[in-house]
Design a binder for this molecule. Structure first.
Ligand code: SF4
Length: 179
């Protein structure tokens, strides 16, 4: 079944360091014998796990749904979370289960914990990865060098600051993309 959450009051989600309030729509949330199965349907090209490993840019959405789902279904555990890429030859998946799912959720609590800190600090650092700007509606505001400007600012951030930790996650993602 399709499930919405956080309407009309955002759902409190436990993340590293505190609580983040979230809302959204889960394409499919089903009870299977092994536990809950969370699915999100994508129209783009499949991002295979080998290509990008765990990537906050790609995986934050399905991770959020997997973190929220137990609270919507009486505390039942999520057994599998996956993006589905419908194709004529059979639907391809980018799926997490078992230890990989646990690792994804652990990382996601870190990502969203960082987001919580950035929100609390009213700090909204831009990406330092120019590829992220390709389809962004704010290009007219940021200019063609928005990511480069952000990279310089993030490089100058104090090492233990939340901005520096945000930059570290970005660097790890870029390194994975380059592999
Ligand atoms: S154009 Fe600006 S807001 Fe958009 S992704 Fe790039 S740096 Fe971020």
């Amino acid at each position: 079944m399709e499930v919405s959450f956080g309407y009309t009051a955002a759902v409190p989600l436990a993340v590293d360091g505190g609580t983040l309030h979230v809302q959204g729509f889960i394409d499919r949330l089903d009870r299977a014998t092994v536990g809950l199965v969370v699915r999100d349907f994508k129209t783009g090209k499949q991002k295979a796990r080998e290509e990008t490993d765990v990537d906050p840019v790609v995986d934050a959405q399905i991770a959020l749904y997997a973190l929220v789902a137990p609270g919507l279904m009486g505390g039942e555990k999520v057994a599998r979370a996956a993006y589905i890429y419908p194709v004529a030859a059979g639907d391809a998946e980018r799926a997490f289960e078992g230890a990989e799912l646990e690792d994804l959720l652990r990382r996601a609590r870190e990502w969203f914990g960082l987001a919580r800190e950035l929100l609390a600090a009213r700090s909204f650092p831009h990406t330092a990865d120019a590829k992220r700007c390709n389809y962004c509606a704010f290009q007219a505001v940021c200019g063609t060098d928005g990511a480069a400007v952000s990279q310089r600012k993030l490089a100058a951030a104090a090492p233990s600051s939340v901005a520096a930790r945000f930059a570290a996650i970005q660097r790890a993602t870029e390194a994975d993309d380059a592999d």
